[in-house]
Design a protein around this ligand. Structure first.
Ligand code: ZN
Ligand code: ZN
Length: 419
């Protein structure tokens, strides 16, 4: 267990508590409330969790609690539980999250999942399990997405996932290499990781502020297989990783984070876009796919692999064919430089420029939080049951901003910031 004794682990815990959560003296912390399907803490992450808990008490938290989970129990349930079991949810985990939030406590969710864990089980039962869990997490997720408290979602290597990413290495070496990669992309290898994060977050904030001042009506995105014009909503707001809770506590909801992002106009997206990294849909890897947009909707799609899974995704509902996010990430980001696909959206979406099919974020438009569903739609916001990010960026991508007067300005050249 080399990672457990390393200074890197200690520094990672510091990043999580001081930058991710910005946990306050006197504030309780719950680790492992699921916020979207997964999030409970696998037993094997005990060394990381102990380091986080120690750091939380050091900054003055009076109480830290953890919801542990043995992920294998899901497979055991799918194999042995009687028919009808999969509608049943013990929702105490979700209620624990609500209770902590009501008392002003912070929430930490850990994203580490063996992508093959549920493979080979009845897909219908797996879908029922996940669907029930998603329904149960919804009230907590609503509160967190409105900034009810400071919260954060982080990643950690777990077995199964490690073997998937490093199939050629012996188990312990694979685990150490994976941890090392996580420490690297989460800036835990910096001598002063908290200072490094503050500098990084303020650079992202300056990008977002500059883009907000420029008020582009559209972005033009070009690269190999991509020539797309993405209209932006009037009153759109660019955001970066730094958020503020309703109590005024600054926090970073995702560690790592490299993106600045905003809201496309549901009806003003035209052209073709080609993915630069694979996308996993319901366990199927969709590779090298292209989408053709007309009037904001996908009118044609193709993929070298997984075309029917992509088709199913697009057919989810009315809004699944339109965009809910456009995000800019320089090609030189540490995640992109690692050259790996992690099959985990929390990491992968920070590797490259991306778009998301489906639901848009209310906070990406002025006054969005107070809008009714009708008002959000009338403003050009997209609604859907899904929000699926897919990567379009590369070292060959150019992005231009188109102003109200039609004048274009370069934003990215060959995958790097041009302003
Ligand atoms: Zn994003
Ligand atoms: Zn997204």
């Amino acid at each position: 267990m080399t990672y457990g004794s390393s200074g890197d682990l200690q520094r990672y815990a510091e990043v999580i508590v001081k930058v991710g959560l910005n946990l306050q003296p006197g504030q309780r912390l719950l680790i492992g409330a699921p916020i979207v399907y997964i999030g409970s803490v696998p037993l094997e992450l005990a060394p990381l969790v102990r380091a986080i808990v120690a750091e939380a008490y050091r900054v003055g938290s009076p109480l830290v609690e953890v919801i542990w989970e043995d992920p294998q129990l899901q497979a055991v349930r799918l194999e042995h539980a009687p028919a009808g079991s999969f509608e049943e949810v013990g929702d105490w985990r979700y209620r624990a999250g609500l209770e902590f939030v009501e008392r002003g406590g912070a929430i930490l969710s850990i994203y580490g999942e063996d992508p093959g864990l549920l493979a080979g089980h009845d897909p219908g039962n797996v879908a029922t399990l996940k669907g029930q869990a998603n329904k149960s997490t919804s009230p907590l997720w609503q509160l967190l997405s409105q900034g009810a408290v400071n919260w954060s979602a982080i990643v950690a290597p777990v077995s199964g996932w490690t073997e998937t990413l490093f199939p050629d290495l012996p188990a312990t070496e694979a685990r150490d290499v994976f941890w090392d990669t996580i420490f690297e992309i989460c800036r835990a290898k910096e001598a002063d990781p908290v200072a490094a994060w503050q500098q990084h977050l303020s650079q992202l904030a300056v990008r977002a502020e500059t883009l907000n001042r420029r008020r582009y009506q559209a972005l033009k995105v070009t690269g190999p297989g991509t020539d797309l014009t993405v209209g932006l909503i009037e009153g759109h707001l660019w955001h970066s990783g730094g958020l503020k809770s309703q109590a005024g506590i600054s926090f970073t909801a995702n560690i790592p984070t490299e993106e600045v992002f905003t809201l496309p106009h549901r009806d003003r997206v035209d052209g073709v876009v080609t993915s630069t990294k694979p996308l996993v849909v319901d366990g199927v890897t969709v590779e090298r796919f292209s989408l053709t947009f007309k009037g904001g909707r996908v009118v044609a799609s193709e993929a070298t692999n997984g075309a029917s899974a992509l088709q199913n995704l697009l057919d989810t509902d009315e809004g699944a064919r339109s965009l809910g996010e456009i995000a800019l990430v320089p090609h030189s980001s540490p995640i992109s430089q690692s050259g790996k696909v992690f099959y985990n959206i929390l990491i992968d979406e920070n590797a490259a420029n991306h778009l998301a099919l489906g639901q848009g974020y209310r906070f990406n438009v002025e006054g969005g939080a107070a809008m009714s569903a009708e008002e959000f739609a009338a403003a050009g916001g997209n609604s859907s049951l899904i929000h699926v990010d897919f990567m379009i960026g590369s070292g060959q991508m150019n992005v231009d901003g188109i102003g109200e007067d039609g004048v274009t300005e370069p934003l990215m050249r060959d995958g790097e910031w041009a302003f």
